[in-house]
Design a protein around this ligand. Structure first.
Ligand code: ATP
Ligand code: MG
Length: 452
């Protein structure tokens, strides 16, 4: 009897879709309800006490099975969003892409969604689902999820897992398998291709060959995904703690071309590569150590070598150092914005970090004193050090600034006297020489009016 049950749970049968779910008891999967967050348990309990079905679902169940601490908890329920809202005082309905309820409990927020059916969903001309807010049965809800390992329902009351698509078997076999026909599922939502790469890299699962095969040819579909959604997914990927692995894999799957318009350039230019890779390694390490990470800083590094290139072009056209940098920054960010909606706040952070860079060249007079008082000095200095680590500038520069920032007044004066003077003399010389022929165009006008 037990052997039969084990076989049923851990072996995959030929038919991919089943209607009778496997009910897997705790001694077979090992997840105890105490392992869940108190808020997740409470949310399910309140819903169940009020006559609704309610389960922890998705990433948290998958992560607990694999032995990763869950990042957050999702609950799936038979209750409508309005019914959920009525049961929890601290809750609100969020109506962006799908209608879901955020239930707040202590410091946690649990995302509660009503079982959803995917039939009759409205699609665009490429087959991409636009809205799927039609409520359905639990079985339908399971079928519209992306991967088998993401379609597991855990009942904290009975500690049972309800498994419609052999997800537990796939976790055991370390396979990321898509539910249904991969091409159809990617067409419905091309972001699933990115999710496959991210979840595979993060969880050490290999993407099932049937799900992997169509990715290369379908990568172009990412172009139809709204920029804001792509940006969200990109953030998840870059801050997963496995960014290096994810981006390596994205490149292998040919997904990076459709993604960040500049990511292909970034990953393929030798000069920028070391810099980007160093920064991603740092980010991964910080995420895994639970240290804070800044999207602005990371995007500033991802795009820096593009800025350097555009900056150089302008400087050789006679534009003065600082305005040339600002124009280059805008050009790079504009190109990027067409595909990826980097939020305004993050754009502000990126610009702050870039704009500080030429100021580190000026190691004379009062300027250094002002620079170290800047609120963004630390981020700017971290960035400077990364530039040195990647070989772009001598390590002597960030070292000097570090000494300066931590020194007393007399030591600072000594450091200033000893500092090599690298102020932008060459740029000024070039500007004077080119003044005449370039005066007709707008860039030269900028150069003329700029007082540095
Ligand atoms: P993580 O939170 O670790 O990034 P996750 O799988 O929990 O991974 P969420 O974005 O939190 O990702 O989604 C929760 C669940 O919703 C998923 O486990 C999956 O069942 C379902 N889901 C999310 N995105 C999609 C999608 N694009 N298509 C189908 N189902 C999805
Ligand atoms: Mg999640």
């Amino acid at each position: 009897m037990i052997r039969k049950l084990l076989r049923k749970v851990f072996t995959r049968v030929a038919t991919p879709v089943r209607t009778d779910p496997a009910l897997i008891p705790v001694d077979l999967h090992g997840i105890r309800s105490e392992q869940l967050s108190p808020a997740a348990r409470k949310t399910c309990a309140v819903l169940q006490e009020n006559g609704h079905k309610a389960y922890v679902v998705g990433g948290a169940v998958r992560d607990l099975l694999i032995g990763h601490p869950p990042k957050d908890y999702d609950v799936a329920t038979s209750a409508t969003p309005e019914q959920v809202r009525a049961l929890f005082r601290r809750s609100r309905i969020i109506g962006r892409r799908f209608k879901i309820v955020h239930v707040m409990s202590g410091p946690e927020t649990i995302e509660v969604s009503t079982f959803r059916a995917s039939q009759d969903a409205e699609t665009d001309e490429h087959g991409r689902v636009l809205h799927d807010n039609v409520y359905g049965s639990q079985e339908e809800d399971a079928s519209r999820r992306d991967f088998t390992v993401n379609a597991l329902y855990y009942d904290p009351g009975t500690e049972t897992i309800i498994d419609y698509h052999h997800g537990v078997a796939d976790v055991r076999q370390k396979t990321l398998r898509i539910i249904g026909d991969p091409r159809t599922r990617y067409r419905e939502d091309p972001v699933r291709m990115l999710r496959a790469v991210r979840l595979g890299a993060k969880l050490g699962l290999s993407i099932d060959p049937a799900a992997r095969a169509p990715i290369r040819e379908m990568a172009v579909l990412l172009e139809n995904v709204p920029a804001a959604r792509l940006f969200d997914e990109m953030l998840k990927l870059l801050f997963s703690g496995y960014a290096v692995k994810c981006l390596t894999q994205l490149r292998e799957e040919g997904l990076h071309h459709g993604l960040l318009p500049l990511l292909d350039v970034i990953l393929e230019q030798p000069m920028g590569e070391r810099f980007v890779w160093l920064s991603l390694e740092n980010t991964d390490e910080r995420v895994r150590q639970d240290k804070s990470v800044s999207p602005g800083f990371l995007f500033a590094t991802l795009l820096w070598h593009e800025v350097l290139k555009a900056w150089e072009v302008r400087k050789s056209a006679g534009v003065a150092n600082q305005p040339a940098l600002f124009e280059a920054m805008d050009e790079v960010l504009d190109t990027q914005a067409r595909k990826l909606a980097i939020t305004r706040r993050i754009v502000g952070d990126i610009k702050d970090i870039w704009a500080l860079q030429p100021r580190f060249d000026k190691r004379a007079g009062k300027t250094p004193y002002r620079l170290i008082e800047q609120p963004r000095y630390r981020a700017g200095w971290d960035f400077l050090r990364l530039r040195a680590q990647s070989g772009e500038i001598p390590m002597e520069i960030p070292d000097w600034w570090n000494n300066f920032a931590h020194a007393g007044h007399d030591q600072r004066e000594n450091l200033l006297r000893a500092a090599p003077q690298t102020a932008d003399a060459p740029a000024k010389k070039r500007r004077r020489k080119r003044r005449k022929p370039a005066a007709a165009d707008g860039e030269a006008a900028m150069a003329d009016s700029s007082a540095e």
